[in-house]
Design a binder for this molecule. Structure first.
Ligand code: 1GP
Length: 245
């Protein structure tokens, strides 16, 4: 059984990492072509999942990715209904700033029998939502109030708490389709305080934005929305060149 966490940690130690998010509600029309371009661009992992309560067949999507690529598949769940035995691992998210215990520990307890039964690798991930100019689906689904873009100290304190509590990864989320990406100064500030890998996603629209996130201290950058709405496959490689530094 490959240990995806170890593999990602090694990447985090050596260079920037590149994740593509595939929302099962918005699967690209020509998925095979999409996957082959992702392979050519050396994408480090696919995140699959979406901020919806709908039940999707993640098995079919995971199997297709596994059949056509050698890129690891990480589940990025919006709830316990989004788990597939064919994925390589699941980002075991805890929405730390929520005031509803369900999103901090409730769903995670609910998921235990499922992940144990499937023997799915889990990567504990503290998930923090930062205001990025519009109401994200994550916010709509959970009612969580995002951190203000100026509240560097609150986001940093939550990030430090996440590391102290033993989370393996930190995910700084602007929300899919965000107007603005996570501010570079927040990433840089947190980077000085914690050592666990930092994933940054939401609203990244240009390769140079992605590079700035890596230069500020992010270890992994997630691109979702942009590729759903863009058939320019050359962008896959342009992002790779910007991120794999
Ligand atoms: C969303 O961070 C991811 O959860 C990716 O965001 O779709 O805006 O790229 P985008």
């Amino acid at each position: 059984m490959p240990n995806i966490y170890k593999k990602l940690k090694t990447i985090a130690k050596t260079r920037g990492g590149y994740f593509i998010l595939i929302d099962p509600e918005k699967i690209p029309d020509n998925l095979s072509k999409f996957l082959s371009h992702a392979m050519d661009a050396n994408v480090d992992a696919f995140l699959i999942g979406g901020s919806t309560l709908k039940q999707f067949d993640l098995n079919e999507l995971s199997l297709k990715i596994k059949k056509e690529t050698s890129i690891p598949v990480l589940i990025f769940p919006s709830g316990t209904h989004q788990i597939s035995q064919y994925a390589d691992a699941i980002l075991y998210l805890s929405f730390l700033q929520s005031h509803d215990p369900y999103f901090i520990i409730g769903a995670q307890v609910e998921a235990v029998p499922i992940v144990r039964n499937l023997k799915l690798e889990t990567i504990s991930t503290a998930y923090l939502l930062i205001d990025s100019g519009n109401v994200s689906s994550a916010q709509r689904l959970t009612n969580v109030k995002p951190f203000s873009r100026n509240d560097v100290s609150a986001v940093t304190n939550y990030s430090i708490a996440a590391e102290i509590l033993g989370f393996q990864f930190l995910y700084l989320e602007g929300g899919s389709g965000a107007k603005f990406s996570i501010p570079n100064n927040i990433i840089a500030f947190i980077r000085k305080e914690i050592t666990i890998p930092i994933i940054v996603g939401g609203g990244i629209k240009k390769p140079e934005d992605a590079r700035e996130k890596i230069n500020s201290g992010a270890n992994f950058v997630v691109i979702g929305n942009l590729f759903e709405n863009n058939n320019s496959y050359s962008l896959f490689k342009e992002f790779a060149e910007a991120i794999h530094i």
